[in-house]
Design a protein around this ligand. Structure first.
Ligand code: 13P
Ligand code: SF4
Length: 322
């Protein structure tokens, strides 16, 4: 039961108090806390489920909680809302956006599709996009299932892949399927370069490198494994290596260190900073998460026609990913 009007005395003396307050609120609200692998450690530790975009979508689809506190960026919480129109979905910071999502405004995509109507595109949208873009897509994919989704696309159709050109190029390499690519990038992963990767490899000779497919081709080519953040956990567990270099957002290291305590993980440096952090993911704090559970806002709200249209390609993805 969601109980309105509970008056929780603010208690902000430390992570422990906040974690205890969150646990109490979670029970009162009948809430579930879903957190992405890039969230700050204390949020990951307070969450019921920590995972990649695909795992989080499955969790959101199956939860019977009345409230979802989604600790991630806006498009992730929005996806949870699209799948759960009758639940309350709240996010610690409503301004937690994504450079990939911003690179593909729905109006620009709609205009592109209209201008190129003769191509009759089958639109595959990476989940890092707004509900407006999802509503224009035939199917959604994540980094964890992109290859499968592209292989399942109708062979006679032209494919337009939006919005990440690096992920799109990687899937083209893996599948041999030609696609037209929207020119979006993740500003965090674009900062890894062949030079920054070679530098760290010289410091850790023999350590395998795992890179996210949002990295540029020059970085992907140097990697021993290219995969989603969830598959990074499996790769690192299975690898005989004691030290592994990780080329993705630095929050990933907490998940790896927590689940694989015997190994050493090195955050690959970006070109202009020692540590690649997504400023959007880091807008969420434990304090804001606690406030969101207490106040049940900021809430994700969507017009029903948009939500219903955006749900179709997400459901198609979930069906194809089982
Ligand atoms: P994953 O789905 O692999 O977790 O990636 C999400 C993301 O935003 C990568 O930048
Ligand atoms: Fe978006 Fe990049 Fe941040 Fe992921 S790391 S949420 S793709 S800006």
């Amino acid at each position: 039961m969601v109980t309105a009007g509970i008056n929780y005395a603010p208690s902000r003396s430390g992570t422990f108090d906040l974690a205890a307050e969150i646990a109490e609120l979670k029970r009162e609200r009948n809430a579930v806390i879903l957190a992405h692998n890039y969230q700050v450690p204390e949020i990951q530790d307070a969450a019921d489920f920590v995972g990649d975009s695909l795992g989080l979508s499955f969790e959101a689809a199956k939860t019977d909680a009345e409230v979802i506190l989604f600790c991630g960026v806006h498009f992730m919480a929005e996806t949870a809302k699209i799948l759960n129109p009758n639940k309350r979905v709240v996010i610690p910071d409503l301004d937690a956006g994504c450079s990939l999502s911003e690179s593909c405004p729905p109006a620009a995509l709609a205009a592109f599709l209209k201008k190129n109507a003769e191509k009759n595109y089958y639109v595959i949208a990476y989940i890092n996009c707004s509900a407006g873009v999802k509503a224009l897509a035939d199917v959604i994919c994540t980094s964890g299932n992109a290859e499968k989704i592209v292989r399942a696309a109708p062979p006679e159709r032209n494919i337009l892949f939006v919005p990440d050109q690096n992920l799109g190029a990687w899937v083209m390499e893996r599948t041999g399927r030609k696609m037209d690519l929207w020119r979006g990038t993740c500003y965090v992963h674009a900062e890894f370069t062949a030079r920054s990767i070679r530098r760290i490899r010289e410091q850790h000779p023999g350590a395998p490198l795992v890179a996210h497919p949002e990295c540029v081709a020059a970085v992907r080519m140097l990697a021993d494994e290219v995969c989603s953040t969830e598959k990074m956990v499996t790769f690192c567990k299975d690898s005989p290596a004691e030290t592994i270099i990780i080329a993705t957002e630095a929050g990933m290291l907490h998940r790896l260190e927590r689940e694989i305590p015997g190994k050493t993980f090195i955050a690959a440096p970006a070109e202009h900073c020692a540590c690649a952090e997504c400023r959007f993911m880091k807008m969420n704090t434990l304090e804001k998460a606690c406030d969101a559970l207490r106040d049940l806002e900021p809430e994700i709200i969507l017009p029903e026609t948009l939500r219903a249209r955006a749900e179709l390609p997400i459901r198609r993805m979930l069906e194809l990913s089982r």
